[in-house]
Write a protein that binds this ligand. Sequence first.
Ligand SMILES: [Ca+2]
Ligand SMILES: [Ca+2]
Length: 285
Amino acid sequence: MSRTAGSVRGRFVPRCEVLEDRRVLSVTITEHRGTLFINGDANANVIQITDNGTNTVGNITVTADGGAAQTSTTAIKRIVFFTGQGNDQVTYNLTGDVAAGTYRGIGGLLGTGDDTFTANLNGHAINGGVAIGVDGGSGADTLTVNAAGVNVGAKANLAIGLLGGKDSDNVNVTYDGMVNGRLLLGVLGGDLFGFGFGRRNTNTAGDTIAANVNVAAGSTGSFRAGVAGSAGNDKLTFNVTGDTSTLKAFKAILFTGRGTDTTTTTSNVTVKTGGFFDGPPEIDI
Ligand SMILES: [Ca+2]
Ligand SMILES: [Ca+2]
């Protein structure tokens, strides 16, 4: 587009060619009412999200496909990403504590392709609310949440939901810290349609799912978690270590789904074998 409006005969009018007309945008980033939308394209996108944990203007910075870092011009509460086709990589780094009264939702669909999502929360206190929900979609995806040294305050919530989707996925959650508020985990290898609509899960590709949780001694909050394999031959690990004796609520269930599975759990995890996805969900968390 050329901006030559107001041209007057005889006067020099500089022509300005806007570079965007020729640029191929691979990742688009927009902000709307506290939500940051990140949309990838059909190619492999590499997206890094840095979150300082506050609720102030400029709290989120995104780098996409090697371009310049873009800092939010508003205070962001929710980050939503759709990466489309291609083998996409999304990294979310929390770099500061989340204070009481601050909420953050991070959610995304990774689409087709062998995608990677990694969230690093290590060492940061959660005194507000943080929810992470990511669906790997089809393709062999690797979904990881690292949350070592993350204390969940008395009125705080940390909810993590990871869904591998179709094909052989690797889903891994590590948590270690003081749980005085609510810690909720849902880690699933299978397909959303089998879970959400009562249909048989047809994801017969085996998944590797691991949740390793260490609850610090003296924790007084609640921990509820469901880890579920899909219909394939899965490798499933769910360990809850530390001291859960002072928690006011504790529920840890491993659903194997169908298939010939390999399970590794601590004794405080309830193992339910068979077709979790064949009937109404009984996850009750
Ligand atoms: Ca893509
Ligand atoms: Ca998948």
